[in-house]
Design a binder for this molecule. Sequence first.
Ligand code: ZN
Length: 322
Amino acid sequence: MSARDALFEHTGRDDIILPFQIDPYGLRGRLIRLGPVVDRILGRHDYPEPVAAMLAETMALAACLAGALKYEGIFTLQTKGDGPISTLMADITSAGEMRAYARYDADRLAAADATAIAERSVPRLLGGGYIAFTVDQGANTDRYQGIVQLEGHTLSECTHSYFRNSEQLEAGVKLAAGRVATADGPAWRAGALMIQRLPYQRDLPGRPSEDEYDETWRTAVTLMSSATAAELLAEELSPDQLLLRLFHSEGVRAYPPQPVADSCRCSNVRVERVLRALSAEELADLRQDEDVVVVCEFCKREWRYDDAALDALRADDEPPGF
Ligand SMILES: [Zn+2]
């Protein structure tokens, strides 16, 4: 088994992006099922329940939107707000490697009322701010960026306002996340369902009328919205069963799933590049006891450098001959 295969050991019913099509009008959709990936990522952090839940939703949403775009590189979804949860950040590569973290103010979160927490209220927990969607395809390529204000009560509603403003994507989305019972005991899971309306093609033979197409789209959105959080999260309900349950009357077929893996891209090369660029004062801020310590915000991996190691790597940076 190669290293890459090992990343995707859970390929199957969980940790997948499952593309599907609703016949006969060819509406495209994606079902996201995240199990061990989201549980492991959250397990490295000690986030309060609402932070973990909203970050799990963010991961499901990132997988959903990334699946709707054709790109080679990294798709990033990030919220920035002035509420108790200041940042939710998830990114996923076109190969399906996902990572995520959140920033929050514990005191302000503890003061939030129970209703806001139960509802995972965007206005009350994230506050005023924005969601940014970025596609980075590497050096020398354009970065695509979409930004919308945090307008809506939930992350799904905020995404709908992005769709309304987007010329590229007309879609509906439903998100769910929670710590639920599984065969291995309670675990975090997340799910998402998205359907995407493609432009009506007038010229294709055998196409329905535009009115019929509109009607099919509205029906599909209604059926999608009827999915419950329990259905999106249930480990025992297979993705195929869920799609059939929702869209059976319209006709639905799934394509091969794309796996999602828990994988961070941090490396000693990246850490050392940062360390070389820091000033002496900035390095001093990273000191713990005798060592300079760098912790990856995504995966909590820790790198330690003593003075000898630091001198060596900063000396490396000097041009030859000095
Ligand atoms: Zn990392």
